[in-house]
Ligand binder design. Structure first.
Ligand code: GLN
Length: 201
């Protein structure tokens, strides 16, 4: 069976790290930044960075509406950190007029951990991943959001141990983490996303 093609939105953020992580998880990964590059994709990764910048660059590159429509029509997507913010239907702490692609029925608070500390590492208690009970996932948080509220179709996959806050969720073919799994060697999150893409196509 041929490898699934997963695009990494290359407007800003950890693009090479996600490309490498996806290839390690068995997908073919390509950077995408123009609407015409979106049609061949089996899935899309939205990297971390800064959600206000991702929003403005998406408008400038004519990507906001195409991505909203593709995600709404069922394209599997995985967002990390700012990418999680972009997949949220609602923001608790957006700047005036800030738009997201939406897709996951959740409220996300930007920079939620940042008031205490800008970046930190912490263990995540995972559920719904192979072998996850036996092994917490070491996660890197950088000015990270957390999930403040979820709708009934959203599954909580992980909470941050110190605060108990929701930091990993799934709704159908959409996956989001407040942390950066592309920056650590543990590939379980990217493998889960590649599995979601395989199940979808
Ligand atoms: N605080 C950033 C935002 O609001 C996200 C930070 C990150 O992606 N590392 O977009």
């Amino acid at each position: 069976m041929t490898a699934r093609v997963i695009g990494v939105l290359a407007l800003q953020g950890d693009v090479p790290e996600h490309l490498r992580a996806l290839e390690a998880a068995g997908a073919r990964a390509v950077p995408v930044r123009r609407p015409e590059e979106l049609h061949q994709l089996d899935g899309l990764v939205i990297p971390g960075g800064e959600s206000t910048t991702l929003w403005r660059l998406s408008v400038a590159f004519d990507m906001l509406e195409p991505l909203r429509k593709l995600i709404a029509s069922g394209l599997p997507a995985f967002g990390s950190c700012a990418g999680m913010i972009m997949l949220a239907d609602r923001l608790a702490d957006g700047v005036a007029g800030q738009l997201t692609y939406g897709g996951i029925d959740m409220t996300v608070r930007r920079n939620a951990f940042g008031r205490q500390v800008d970046s930190f590492e912490s263990d995540i208690t995972l559920s719904g991943l192979d072998g996850s009970d036996a092994m917490p996932l070491r996660a890197v948080f950088i000015r990270a959001p957390w999930v403040e509220q979820t709708g009934e179709n959203v599954t909580v996959l992980g909470t941050e141990q110190r605060t108990g806050r929701i930091v990993a969720v799934r709704q159908g073919q959409l996956l989001a983490t407040a942390f950066h799994p592309e920056l650590t060697p543990d590939r379980r999150i990217h493998e889960l996303f590649v599995d979601i893409v395989k199940d979808n196509t």
